[in-house]
Design a protein. Sequence first.
Length: 94
Amino acid sequence: MIADLGEEPARFWLVEAVNTDGEINEGRKASLLEWAERQRIRPEQCSFLTAFASRNDAAARRRLKDLAEGTYAYFADEPGRELAWYALGSPIRG
């Protein structure tokens, strides 16, 4: 978890680094939100990021399709970019 204390209220980034499996899918996102609420962190303060080595990595090719809606993906070999996964027409966080 990474806390962005520059925002009010603070934003908490829950990050999963994927080597083979472990992306933030719908089930994992729900579990992480339950955990956050037990820590008194409101759901609207949470952002989710799945980190992969590369878009060309086998784990990314296998797991990108399973990302939960409203999450982000990061690729270590493209540090200046991120992928936002959201339903068309829904607001995303910049």
